[in-house]
Design a protein around this ligand. Structure first.
Ligand code: VG1
Ligand code: CO
Length: 543
């Protein structure tokens, strides 16, 4: 075996987005494309010689090829050990846990998350740092800068490593350890939750449906829910991971997990429904006859977390991304703990978690997690819900109703306009930003604008500043609309419009969400000119 230095030329489009670099597979298949990016990551890091790199992915099309490349390049660049999930598989939260548990220097997580997979669909690479979380902006910016100048990469020319057997091998002086992708993660879950109580609940006849969407969570959910917790066989559906996710979007929302939704709204629905995404970090929660918005789920989990052994001591604080509803804020206020509002993307939670300022974090996009890892964690959220249900012995519907009666209800929806012309989307945002100063005091569709700004975040731990994280328009009475462009899409631009309205008091807690938000939807279009700029009169996806 030999280490080769291969000459290369830069690509100009390797800027990591909200969660790593995501492109269509044919883009990744261009000569040296993945190699350039991986080398740019390594060139942006210091002090990893002889240390451990974790490598795994969500099993999507092209995963196995890039895993081999990553192993060879890690060896050539001087890592001492690579820990690789068997079959190249590691869910995002499991990868985060392996990095932490094994004291690794960092990890490469190959995933495009909820985006579809296949020869003409999406692929992605993300670098996580030693705390197990996504690289902070300081590093992703360095990677992008490096990718624009790169002129060589290092790679071992050894044969392919067998990644399908647990055990140890080596490549050019680097040890390669193939591990069971589920074991460490399942062990961690057992330390956080009352497995005996959940098992007893299943024994008592509790039924659930978990849709793994033919993505990475299948093996994790089978092992934990059915084998360890005794959920009846068949509780976990679509559990075989497929490179193209069976041709579907592995996106756990009401559009792509419609079958599960329909089941949960039917007369014979099980007690609890849940789903996770391509890389296992998102969660969808649906009770019998009730969809729980991710923003509400965050608030309800935070309010009840003390019922699970891992959180019995209470929470240090709660963090949520800016577009996430303020439902969690009310819980934090009641608990007398801190509430932090961050830009979109899990990388912004890492410092708060490391500093012990928060215990639970969440995003409106179906991401919830805690300080047990440094990623959002789909199954974790499902298990915390199960633990709460086992202790409270109430249905999801009853728990939600009690929560709203106590805290009021934040009606919430996100409208996505996908594959919009990029120039049109940029014009819309630019025009909006240009008139922010004039908006306060204006009346739009019967609503008075109280404030308008472009969200800026100063990290309270390292004081780094992130600007232009989304336009917020607040109305008198507490309603809010947020506009931002997605940083994970791969075709054109995706405009996200986040809508929120707070209601408290009897008779105001059971409105249909679309009715509750109708005025705001009209106001949003009037303010931003969505139809005028994009030609779209309806969103593609409402979640
Ligand atoms: C989206 C979500 C964001 C999430 C990100 C990664 O980003 O809105 O909340 O953190 O995806 O999640 P954007 O920039 O497209 O809005 V995942 O499960 O795709 O890693
Ligand atoms: Co994901």
């Amino acid at each position: 075996m030999m280490i080769r230095t291969v000459a290369t030329t830069p690509y100009d489009d390797q800027k990591p987005g909200t969660s790593g670099l995501r492109k269509k597979v044919p883009v990744f298949q261009q000569p040296n494309y993945a190699e350039n990016f991986i080398q740019s990551v390594f060139d942006s890091l210091e002090g990893f010689k002889g240390k451990t790199l974790v490598i795994g992915g969500d099993g999507r099309y092209y995963n196995r090829e890039v895993i081999q490349t990553a192993i060879r390049m890690a060896a050539a660049n001087g890592f001492g050990r690579a820990i690789v999930g068997k079959g190249g598989i590691l869910s995002t939260p499991a990868a985060s846990n392996v990095i932490r548990k094994h004291g690794a220097f960092g990890g490469l997580v190959l995933s495009a998350s909820h985006n579809p997979g296949g020869p003409n669909e999406d692929f992605g690479i993300k670098y996580n740092v030693g705390n197990g979380g996504p690289a902070p902006e300081r590093i992703t910016e360095a990677v992008f800068a490096r990718s624009k100048e790169i002129d060589r990469y290092l790679i071992s020319d050894g044969a392919d490593i067998d990644i399908d057997e647990v055990g140890e091998g080596s490549v050019d002086g680097m040890t390669v350890e193939i591990i069971d992708p589920v074991a460490d993660y399942a062990a961690l879950m057992e330390t956080l939750f009352d497995f005996a109580a959940i098992r007893a609940m299943f024994q008592g006849g509790f039924r659930m449906a978990f849709d793994a969407m033919h993505a990475v969570t299948g093996p994790y959910a089978k092992d934990i829910l059915e084998r360890r917790l005794g959920a009846p066989g068949g509780s976990v559906r679509n559990f075989v991971p497929l490179p193209d996710f069976g041709g579907h979007h592995p996106d756990p929302n009401l559009v792509h997990a419609k079958e599960l939704y329909d089941l949960m709204m039917s007369a014979g629905a099980p007690d609890f429904g849940a789903a996770s995404d391509g890389d296992g970090d998102r969660n969808l929660i649906i009770g019998k006859g009730i969809f729980v918005t991710p923003s509400d789920s965050l608030a309800m989990l935070a309010a009840n977390a003390h019922l699970a052994p891992g959180y019995a001591g209470g929470l240090a604080g709660i963090a949520r991304s800016m577009p996430t509803s303020a439902a969690a804020d009310r819980v934090a206020e009641k608990l007398g703990i801190g509430l932090y509002e961050t830009p979109t993307g899990w990388k912004f939670f890492g410092n708060l978690l490391d500093a012990g300022k928060v215990t639970i974090c969440g995003e409106e996009s179906a991401g919830t997690g805690s300080d047990h890892v440094r990623e959002k964690d789909g199954l974790w959220a499902v298990l915390l819900w199960l633990n709460i249900l086992a202790v409270r012995r109430q249905s999801v519907k009853e728990i939600a109703a009690a929560h709203w009666a106590e805290y009021g209800r934040n009606y919430y929806a996100r409208h996505d306009y996908e594959a919009v012309d990029t120039d049109a989307a940029n014009r819309l945002m630019a025009e909006l930003r240009g008139k922010l100063a004039d908006l306060p005091g204006m009346e739009v569709n019967g609503l008075t604008i109280a404030f308008a700004d472009d969200f800026e975040y100063r990290d309270p731990v390292d004081q780094s500043v992130s600007r232009h994280q989304g336009v917020r328009i607040g109305f008198e009475g507490g309603s809010r609309v947020v506009f931002r462009l997605s940083g994970t899409g791969t075709s054109g631009a995706t405009l996200r419009v986040y809508l929120e309205r707070y209601e408290s008091g009897p008779g105001r807690l059971d409105l249909a969400t679309s009715d509750a938000l109708a005025e705001l939807v009209a106001a949003a279009d009037e303010i931003a000119g969505i139809a005028r700029h994009t030609g779209r009169t309806e969103p593609d996806v409402v979640t």
